[in-house]
Design a binder for this molecule. Sequence first.
Ligand code: T1G
Length: 700
Amino acid sequence: MGDVVSYSREGEIAVITVNNPPVNALSLPVRKGLQDCFRQFAQDAEAKAAVLICDGRTFIAGADITEFGKPPEDPWLPKVIHEMEACEKVIVAAIHGTALGGGLETAMGCHYRCAVPSAQIGLPEVTLGLLPGATGTQRLPRLIGPKAALDAMVSGRPMPAKKAHAAGAIDELVEGDLKEGAIAYAKKLVANGAKPRRLSEESVDTSDIDEHFFAEYRNSIARQARGFFAPEQIIKCVEAAVSLPYEEAVKRENELFMECMMSSHSAAQRHLFFAERACQKVLDVPADTPKREVKKVAVIGGGTMGGGIGMKFANVGIPGVLKEINDEALERGLGIIRGNYENTVKKGRLSQEAMDQCMDLISGTVDYQGIDDCDLIIEAVFENMALKKEIFGELDKVAKKGAILASNTSTLDIDEIAACTSRPEDVIGWHFFAPANVMTLLELVRGKQTAKDVIATSMAMAKKIRKTAVLVGVCFGFVGNRMFFPYQREAGLMMLEGVPADRIDKVAYEWGWAMGPNGVADLSGLDVLVKVKNEWTERPDDPALWVVIEKLVEKGRMGQKTKAGIFDYSGRAPVPSAETAAIAKAEAERLGIEQRPDISDEEIIERLMYSMINEGALILEEGIAMRPSDIDVVFVHGYGMPRYRGGPMHYGDAVGLDKVVAAMEKYRQRYGDMYWKPAPLLAKLAKDGKSFDDWAAENA
Ligand code: T1G
């Protein structure tokens, strides 16, 4: 590979080019190369101005995340940026693709910025549990004001070039060839006698903020930032930007950045960054596996799930057919879709025109003939194996050759379903998470005979409909639900031991879950859990398993949908129910369960999380998940586990598997081997002082 940073000259304009695929990350060689080239530019008397540009698909997309966690090596990025900014001659950043993080910070160290209209700029460090640590928290407020800068840094969302231009972050939009346009812009600056604009020499315009601004800003993000460490650190940096001299404020930024870098939150969020990319790679399905074309989709079953699934395809311009059993059900199904779109339009997140375009792509049918031209057919009826087998038998008769036949089953055996067809190689599970048009997770369930091109096509289509797909194997509950069962089991058992349901949920919520286990059960429907238990033929022989939930269902308390479940719901907020407590007490007496109402918060979390982690270890041993990090992606994208925990397996590593196993031993002494015998893999890793990450590296 040639130089990662090269120097050339076009007449009186120097051109400094970064070429470090895939995203021109600011690795040590790039930082050194930039420093050398800017020094060369300063010495080059023929060069009146310089353009900083990148080869490949994007301007610098940030610091090199793979270097994090290792000792930083000189030259550090702030040092490179300050030396570049101090240059007496004008430097122009020429931006295409995504100038992110350290990339935008470098561009803000340049004196002027130009970009093609399709470019985006942003400071997404917060998504990694970090903050812009190379003067970004000081420069962006000087460019676009403290409020807009905080919005950009706390959300981490990129800004399109046109909006950035309007805000003053981009000085010139370049139509056509970026390099030509940037050189022309640099020449214009030279001709106009423009001086280097150094943001470090400017102060923040505070005319639109008052003494309440920061307190009000903290309140405005409290909900979305709940539990996260980095957002508050970013706010502190901007407070420094408006109150301290630049040099002092940069020192403060570095202190706060190092606190973020050393935090468990950032380790977790950086872990997820790579986990979300790794899960797209299937170990035995090469990336260049030919994919089947998907021009039209059918969804069988127009319930909440079916409607949401159909929307995901319409949203990306793929026509779909919704198949229901009769006109009334079909009308209801199409009505669900229409209602979802109308809600989004009402919230201002979708135009009426866009909604109409999506609705025009969705048609309906009440017989199988209407789907014989579809390339992908997704069955989304309720969890009943007999019904699913009947449907797949029909699909086998009418679906075109090569159509992918998918089931949205959340627990049932894909191989058993595939066996009802003459084409098991075309059958795969597409397990969406409710609500399908909102939750980002999609579990793709690989059957024993699922063809590799079906897997490759499914992974590609998942990405197209903006789902995060994780490939899993066949077992009851696959990965997510199978690991959520022990989590919910422990919640139920602690309720029987006398711990109030609302306290269990409070502890889980404060740990970071979007909602506690009992609130989730009420949301999903307690009857659904009871149906799952009945379908779970190999469930543990435990008379206490979800016994309270079964009694509640017998009394018609199904959860939120009946305004009463584990909790009562006069509004949306759950209210502790005396009826649930009475049932728990009576069942505990019947089962002879010792009352331990004062179980500690620590024990509540350990029993909820370690039971889940142990199941995850079993799943890895059985090959149901390819990687521990795939399991982490499942829980962050499908179950509301906070990103700053990194997922259950990363959390186990962060706690230390030896500590996990030691805690499990306590519960094994009290509750026996049925649930608390460590999975062999977990026991071995703990004994060897290793982590799931170590296991992943050894089994990649
Ligand atoms: N460092 C190292 N590798 C990176 C990288 C980075 N910053 N960004 C992407 N990659 C790898 C990625 O792992 C994948 O590798 C390949 O590039 C393609 O990525 C000091 C501290 C730029 C929008 O957070 O958002 O600067 O899997 O699949 O979908 O203040 O990558 O092929 O082996 O995502 O086209 C701040 C992170 C860093 C941007 C492109 N910057 N990257 O998306 O491709 S912290 C970011 C992205 C920082 C400073 C702070 C996206 C993308 P592989 P990809 P994509």
